[in-house]
Design a protein around this ligand. Structure first.
Ligand SMILES: O=C(O)CCC(=O)C(=O)O
Length: 202
């Protein structure tokens, strides 16, 4: 029996229409999640994220890193990032995520939110560099944060909490019909790291 996730139905679609989101609960035990969090906080060459929006250059307190099978270039918010090669620990996490979800991924975007003051605004992961309707698996480590979806037409919202070591998967037409965001919160004072495993097109 899975002692972490006895109440969770991984096959349930959290969205009422227009996409598929599955929540797997905790993929990692708390000690495993602590181990990977410490590794990620200390070993990843984190850099502030950047954006060019309406000609203005923004630099965020949220930090990012981009890894992949080959040096894929990923462009979002009008900035292009070139992927670093996987580390052994990131490959371990990728393998765990792939075994759990039955999906295959060739890249991973890492986000570090130093405190609850940092979040991510409403958006879809629908850039042309990504495989259309490809699965995106989101592994969360560190501070538990709320995560929300909003339907682009109906404005219906769906929210859930993402605890330390938990896994969420977005697939099908989710990015076409839904936005998602990580709202900032004054209640969270410590760091969260999120890894989104993705599929880039060659
Ligand atoms: O940190 C998160 O959970 C969300 C990250 C996100 O929305 C993204 O990488 O597109």
């Amino acid at each position: 029996m899975d002692l972490f996730n006895s109440e969770i139905d991984e096959t349930k679609n959290l969205l009422p229409e227009g996409g598929i989101v599955n929540y797997y609960g905790r993929l990692l035990s708390p000690p495993e999640a602590d181990h990977y969090l410490t590794y990620l906080l200390t070993a990843i060459p984190w850099k502030p994220d950047e954006a060019f929006i309406f000609g203005k250059h923004y630099v965020t307190k949220r930090k990012v890193a981009w890894y992949a099978d080959i040096p894929y270039e990923y462009t979002y918010s009008n900035i292009t990032k070139r992927a670093l090669p996987w580390t052994p620990q990131l490959l371990e996490l990728k393998q765990l995520v792939e075994e759990k979800t039955g999906e295959h991924f060739n890249s991973c975007l890492l986000n570090l939110y130093p405190t609850g003051d940092e979040g991510m605004a409403w958006h879809s992961d629908d850039e042309k560099d990504l495989k259309k309707h490809g699965a995106i698996a989101s592994l969360s480590l560190g501070a538990e944060r709320r995560f929300s979806f909003r339907h682009k037409q109906t404005k219906e919202t769906v929210s859930l909490a993402l605890p330390h070591g938990s896994l969420l998967v977005m697939k099908g037409t989710t990015q076409t019909h839904w936005l998602h965001r990580l709202p900032p919160t004054k209640r969270v004072k410590h760091a969260r790291v999120n890894l989104t495993f993705r599929t880039m097109i060659d």
